[in-house]
Design a protein. Sequence first.
Length: 111
Amino acid sequence: MARREFLGGFELLVLFALVGLDDEAYGVPIAKAIEESSGREVAVGSVYITLDRLEDKGLVRSHVGEPTAVRGGRAKTYFQITSQGLRAVRHAQRTLIKLWQGAPQLKGGSA
């Protein structure tokens, strides 16, 4: 990922969800984690599009699991955050904390 490139909001949500899930996460649990945290409905298709983009940037990696009878012989694609992805999440966290601390109207209020 280019040094000056910013991650989009949904990209960050997907990365944060991956950090919170086990190393073998796939689209549905990622979407559910974002829905539970945000209170908003998430289309699984948008999660996969975002995961593909994050994989192109080197922030996640994927592998295909074993086919299962439950899925009609189809296999799931599992995703893991890479060390580069973890660094990007930590950088985003630090940036958001600094911005938050610099905005007094966000401190302690209930807006």
